[in-house]
Design a protein around this ligand. Sequence first.
Ligand SMILES: Cc1cc2nc3c(=O)[nH]c(=O)nc-3n(C[C@H](O)[C@H](O)[C@H](O)COP(=O)(O)OP(=O)(O)OC[C@H]3O[C@@H](n4cnc5c(N)ncnc54)[C@H](O)[C@@H]3O)c2cc1C
Length: 396
Amino acid sequence: MEFELNDEERAFQSACRKFGDRVLRTNERKIDSEGRIPADVLRAMADLGLLAMPVPSEYGGMGASAVLTEIAAEEVGRGDFSMATAVFFLLEAGWGSILARHGSEATKQAVLPAVTSGRAFLGIATTEPTGGSDLHGMHTESRRDGKSFVLRGEKSFVSGVEEAKTLGGGHLTLSKAAGGGFNFLYVPTRSDGITTQRFHNMGRMGISTGSLTYQDARVPEANLVGPEGKGFGVAMEGFMVARTFVSAACIGAAERALETGMAYIRERQAFGAPLGKFEGIQFELVDLWTQVEAVKWQCRRAAWLLDTYTLKGDPSHRSEVERAVASVKLTAPPIAFECVKRVMMWYGAAGYTVDVGLELGLRGIMSYLVGAEGGLNIMRIILGRELLGKEFLPYT
Ligand SMILES: Cc1cc2nc3c(=O)[nH]c(=O)nc-3n(C[C@H](O)[C@H](O)[C@H](O)COP(=O)(O)OP(=O)(O)OC[C@H]3O[C@@H](n4cnc5c(N)ncnc54)[C@H](O)[C@@H]3O)c2cc1C
């Protein structure tokens, strides 16, 4: 068992920390207020290798392990507290790695070099206006027509709809296959028959969320990701990867919140002593730190399991990987939210101001509590299924 980062991992972590401090922290308010990540920030991310970093080098990526990507995700979540950059980072890392593993050579060549260099966006589209948890109940349908698929339906609350339109790129899109099962297709947003609409979110404003409507949008069969009719499992594999990176980003944000809070309670005086001397606050810090530390190692282990089994195509530890990922996605966002909330309270009235900046984190992290990358109850359902068996699923 090895808990130490190796030299490469330590050096990359340190480079990402510096990048987070110099580039992301200094831009986070601008990212939030302007509603986009500036082009020079994306360029700097590409230069450091942070765009779709698990993608193999022949398509412009670093071929990074899930562990190294998890380490970087923590730093991106710590750097841009609004979580917008973390979302951009982890969608491309997670779904880029899935496209690299299951896409056709033609699509990988066409899409991945543009994504890794910041010239295109890659995201995921599964949720529909009628719901995101019950994916078997989706309505969007893809019908084979010769060497193409024709899509009809609507996706909703999809991250990066505007980025994919302006920068270029698209989404790995799950649809019901007219012939049975599910198709998972790379769908470029600028295709004929696709319209987008941006929604008005309360947080992580630097990356758009919105809808994609397909009115007989046609994509070539080369855009299939995984076998025809068998896309559901491929999408679920991608969610395991993306959920691990989401959790890592939340852990980075939680650590930043606690560090901010520790600096404050060392200095701020009340009743003749620094706040940190009072057990009501010191013990809260200790409890939060302990939980963050625990989930951090849980998250790294989830990434290690992905590297060791899932991303090598080895299904032998499926249940263990499912449990590791679902439990970390169930734990990391709420503890990160709690850290930010508590630190805001240590600050008192100042915590409620935009100047202190804690609200950025609160608004961003909340997206993972309400549902992004799967609601918390869905993680509980996965865990219940893995602990008790499929016959205990709350639905048939
Ligand atoms: C900021 C943001 C960005 C997003 N980006 C994307 C994206 O890029 N691509 C994409 O496809 N989707 C995206 N989503 C959507 C996300 O995947 C969904 O929010 C999520 O899957 C839940 O779906 P829903 O919101 O429709 O809630 P519903 O499915 O309607 O569920 C509502 C609530 O009920 C709970 N629930 C559902 N079923 C059960 C059950 N059986 N038992 C107990 N509780 C249950 C859920 O956990 C949730 O809390 C994003 C969401 C947000 C907020």
